[in-house]
Design a protein around this ligand. Sequence first.
Ligand code: E4P
Length: 217
Amino acid sequence: MKFFVDTADVADIKRLNDTGLVDGVTTNPSLIAKSGRDFIDVIKEICALVDGPVSAEVTATDAAGMIEEGRKLAKVAKNVAVKVPLTEAGLVACKTLSQAGTPVNVTLCFSPAQALLAAKAGAAFISPFVGRLDDIGQDGMSLIGEIAEIYSNYDFQTEILVASVRSPQHVVDAARIGADVCTLPPGVIWQLFKHPLTDKGLEAFLKDWEKTGQSIL
Ligand code: E4P
C-alpha cells in the first residue's frame, strides 16, 4: 500500500520524505489555507521534493472552470494530479482531463455508487473519506471494502486512495482490505512507528549492552 502525506506543510513533507516511506502528497483548499502560503508556490515546492503524485484541488464549481483550472495546475509540475470534487461537473472535468493524459483524483467520495461513477469517468484515484463517515456514526471502512469489491469485478484502473484517515487502525484496516493508497496526516504517520514495548525493549537492550563494555565500531 502506498503512503501519501495529507498536508501542505512543506517542513513536515520534507521530514517524512527523508524516511523514504512517502509515495505522494494530497492537499485540499483547507490545507492550503492552513499553510498560509500561495497555492501555486506551495504545490511547485512539494512537487520538487516528492517524486510521486501531488494532488492539487480545483476550486471552480462548473465543469469548464474546473477544466481550465485543472489545465493550469497540471502545468505546474509533471507530478501534479488534479483533484476534483465528486459532483456532476467534477466528473465531466475528470473525463476531459483524464482523456488528455492528466491524472485526476476525485475527492469527497462517500458512497460506492459515487466511486463507480468516478472510475467510469477515468479517475486515476478515488478518495473515499473514512473519518468523516465515522464522524457521522457510519462505518467509513466498510465503504473501502465495497469499492474494492466493485472495482475488482471490472477492469478499472482507478486506485482506491483512503482519505480522511484519523488513526493507525484506519491504516491497518485499509491495508487488510488491500486499498492501493492511504493518505495520512503527518501525526498519524509518526504514530505508526510507535509501540510502548519497542521503546521499553530497546531501553533494556541498550542498558545490558552498556554492561558488556563493548562497542561495535
Ligand atoms: C484527502 O485528500 C483530504 O485532503 C483529507 O484526507 C481530508 O481529511 P479530513 O476529513 O481530516 O479533513
